[in-house]
Design a protein around this ligand. Structure first.
Ligand code: AMP
Ligand code: MG
Length: 373
């Protein structure tokens, strides 16, 4: 089967960009002519516009289908500043930002007043941690660091000592131990070390879409390495995207993404430590302290980017046996898991929406379990 939608997003937009440039130029010439003639009228019509930012250590691609290129450029400039601020202030281990300082305060047993934005982010993260039975647990920063993932370079060498992992597990850091007094935050457990790596990207993608809308850009796609949120449509068609195959090459499936939706994927192929032929993924099971193995990737569609990001991580931990329950608890109906053997698990609604772009050995369709009241 041809990867129509996934390729389409590139193939459709490059000619569009050239077209909009030509239209733009000819409009200028026409505009000059009409200005002389005392008439100024030029309908450029919408076209494709694209900008790429280097933020959060990754390339962020922003595409818009719009007739307002100047507003688009202004919105992207503002977004770049906001994202640089988020990267600086909410980094888990680099520099001296707000989150690093909060982690230090927590380790001392102190409270710290944070910005309303960070307090909001942490409240949401706490809710998602509770909904996921703490499989999404952004309080395990010490474990993530012990495995070597608080580093720009991929970690090398043997896994950490089992005794050190057990010691951190015994400390049982959890988001439920965060205490909010308005925007003053403390933790009842000094072992809490916040790492928002599994959540902040989804939150930021949603924010980007809202900012673009505030500038009058209502048809856009914001994509950070395959994690994305969209608004509106791409002309007369919905935005269409491809989901990368976590075990093989290319695109495993394509999907049309509706106005306001986000698609987030967590994968153990993204970052890992490799030793003696064994890969240790950057997603850690907070119950055991060891990296997840049974899931190659988890993809979630939701209107809430932060929820989808947190859930994709939680479902990677939950694995093929437990994802139904966690998805239901998190209120999600559109989920796809690729397990370590290449079998694809989909919820019925996801199964109806996606179009596989490669032959798949086993597709298992099952609904998230209804959570008990
Ligand atoms: P993601 O790619 O969204 O799944 O996020 C993975 C990142 O989140 C890792 O690089 C860690 O910084 C952090 N992390 C790892 N395991 C967990 C977990 N179980 N819950 C929350 N954050 C985690
Ligand atoms: Mg995530």
């Amino acid at each position: 089967m041809h990867s129509r939608a996934a390729i389409g997003i590139v193939a459709r937009e490059i000619p569009g960009l050239q077209r909009s440039f030509i239209v733009h130029l000819s409009c200028r010439i026409l505009l000059l002519f009409f200005l002389f003639a005392g008439v100024s009228a030029c309908d450029r019509g919408p076209g494709d516009h694209q900008q790429t930012l280097l933020v959060f250590g990754t390339l962020l691609d922003i595409k818009a289908y719009t007739d307002k290129p100047d507003e688009f450029a202004a919105a992207v400039r503002g977004l770049e500043q906001t994202f640089q601020m988020m990267h600086r202030e909410w980094h888990a281990w680099k520099g001296d930002g707000e989150l690093v300082r909060l982690n230090r305060a927590i380790a001392r047993g102190d409270a710290m007043r944070v910005t309303p934005e960070l307090a909001d982010l942490l409240r949401q993260a706490k809710r998602h941690a509770q909904q996921s039975d703490h499989l999404f647990n952004p309080a395990i920063g010490r474990l993530v660091a012990l495995w070597g993932f608080h580093s720009d370079e991929p970690p090398a060498g043997p896994p950490p000592d089992a005794s050190r992992i057990a010691a951190l597990i015994a400390q049982a850091p959890a988001m439920s131990q965060l205490v909010f007094e308005e925007n003053r935050i403390r933790a009842s457990n000094r072992a809490v070390a916040l790492d928002l790596g599994a959540f902040a990207k989804g939150y930021a993608l949603n924010l980007a879409i809202r900012r673009l809308q505030a500038f009058g850009i209502g048809n856009a796609i914001v994509n950070a390495g395959g994690d994305l949120c969209v608004s509106g449509r791409h002309g007369d068609r919905p935005w269409a995207i491809g989901i990368r195959h976590p075990l093989g090459e290319g695109v495993i499936a394509s999907v049309e993404v509706a106005d306001g939706e986000c698609v987030l994927t967590s994968g153990n192929y993204e970052r890992y430590r490799e030793h003696e032929g064994i890969r240790y993924a950057h997603i850690i099971d907070p119950r055991s302290g060891y990296p997840v193995r049974h899931v190659a990737s988890a993809t979630v569609i939701s209107r809430d980017g932060g929820l989808a990001d947190a859930a994709a991580t939680a479902l990677s931990v939950a694995g093929p046996q437990q994802w139904h329950r966690i998805a239901a608890q998190m209120g999600l109906a559109e989920v796809m898991l690729v397990d370590e053997n290449g079998a694809v698990h989909v919820s019925p609604r996801m199964g109806q929406r996606i179009e596989f772009q490669q032959p798949i050995d086993r597709v298992l369709v099952s609904a998230p379990l209804q959570s008990q009241p």
